[in-house]
Design a protein around this ligand. Structure first.
Ligand code: PLP
Length: 416
């Protein structure tokens, strides 16, 4: 199929029925300012040069495209290549966007950056660039999440960020978003709101997509070098949708390439047990944009669940909702159990520890590879490395030694 190119700067940020800008009147000038600054930066060679130089020298880009020979051999199907985003600074693709927005904020003369975070990965990436570029930094995080994600909170604080607990509502991500917006309205003059995925009101979904598209651009040249041709399939996990759109977007012009986005199937598709927006979401407007959301008939947000904190979110980027509506990308979901199985398989066959989020893409990529013949090529985006998930993975794999390790650490700490 031919994918029609949309210029979101001409459609007010609409991708078909989705996207747009549904925010309080007071935020419009700030979003206009950001849009203007971005359009200007995009045309400026020195902006591009700085972005590319920081990605290269600070974050280690290009990340490798690795042929998973052992895994391929074991599955006896299509050739599997892994794009190793976990090898970049802070261990996931989130840093690409954080670096891009930090450079943009600096050009806009902002002195302070704020962000909301659920699991803490985006907060960590934001605190990291704040330290590097010299911004004051405040991260809004639900108190429930702060309690669950101590390691990330620890690092954000070490990086110099103020982590502000949010105690309204369910004290999780959506409450942190509301609090961050409230704070932004009061501090627009000197503050940039650093959004972490292809979400929120226009122009954020476009800006984040463009910064993440470095992933797909690199894959195009790397796979040409390795195979002399483009792949047949692309597979990536979809939380808000930034690593997946980063991989997919540069390939959308190639009509024959099939793309698969994998969302969190959790422990089943009944309410509260998953974060499968494509399977179970309804169209609506939440947090400033129109998209698919997990909500009840009255528009109230439903609870979500995933073993991967980064996929555990009620909404999805508007461009994905659009690509789904026209049938260009196929969205499927992987269950927690499938995810843990594929995680174990990758660790054992290739010695690569993927993030739990990325293991969703692996689960469906592996399933697909088995069904295809040996001359097909699949690229799977490994959006992050799994060391951050040691607490969750050890718990999910029911590792008894891990529990006694934690107990002994507690005893040691109490003695001090
Ligand atoms: C946050 C995160 C995701 C999900 O976010 P997207 O915007 O959908 O990419 C996926 N993988 C990792 C490693 C993450 O940290």
């Amino acid at each position: 199929m031919i994918t029609k190119k949309i210029n979101p700067f001409k459609t007010g940020g609409h991708f078909g029925n989705f996207g747009g800008r549904y925010v309080p009147e007071m935020l419009i000038p700030a979003l206009d300012e950001l849009e203007k600054a971005y359009i200007k930066a995009k045309k400026d060679k020195s902006f591009k040069a700085e972005f590319e130089s920081v990605l290269k020298t600070y974050s280690g880009r290009p990340t490798p495209l690795y042929f998973a020979a052992n895994l391929t051999k074991q599955l006896k199907g299509a050739k599997i290549y892994l794009k190793q985003e976990g090898l970049g600074q802070t261990g996931s693709h989130k840093i690409n966007n954080a670096i891009g927005q930090a450079i943009l904020a600096k050009r806009m003369g902002k002195k302070r950056v704020i962000a909301e975070t659920g699991a803490g990965q985006h907060g960590l990436a934001t605190a990291t660039v704040a330290a590097k570029f010299g911004f004051e930094c405040e991260i809004f995080m639900g108190l429930t999440d702060i309690r669950r994600q101590r390691p990330n909170v620890f690092w954000m604080e070490q990086l110099g960020a103020k982590v502000t607990p949010v105690t309204t509502g369910s004290m999780t991500l959506k409450d942190a978003v509301n609090e961050a917006i409230r704070n932004w309205i009061e501090t627009l003059e000197n503050t940039h709101f650093l959004i972490g995925s292809v979400l929120s009101a226009h122009p954020y979904p476009v800006i984040v997509r463009d910064f993440q598209s470095v992933i797909g651009r690199e894959v195009i040249s790397q796979i040409k070098q390795a195979e002399g041709r483009l792949p047949d399939y692309l597979v990536a996990c979809v939380g808000g949708g930034s690593n997946s759109i980063g991989l997919f977007h540069p390939f959308l012009q190639y009509d024959k390439i099939r793309m698969i986005g994998v969302e969190a199937g959790g422990i089943g598709l009944s309410p509260g047990k998953h974060a499968a927006r494509f399977a179970k979401g309804r169209e609506g407007v939440i947090e400033g944009y129109r998209s698919l959301f997990l909500q009840d008939g009255d528009g109230r947000s439903l609870e979500t669940h995933s073993v991967a904190a980064g996929l555990d979110y009620i909404g999805v980027g508007p461009e994905h909702a659009y690509l789904n509506s026209i049938g260009r990308v196929n969205y499927v979901n992987a269950s927690d159990a499938e995810v843990l199985e594929s995680l174990r398989l990758l660790i054992k066959t290739e010695g690569i520890i993927p993030a739990l989020e990325s293991a969703h893409a692996l689960a469906k990529g592996i399933e697909l590879a088995k069904k295809l013949n040996k001359n097909k090529i699949i690229v799977i985006n490994v959006s992050g490395r799994g060391d951050k998930d040691i607490f969750l993975i050890a718990e999910a794999l029911n590792d008894k030694e891990w529990v006694s390790f934690l107990k002994s650490k507690v005893e040691e700490a109490e003695k001090k």
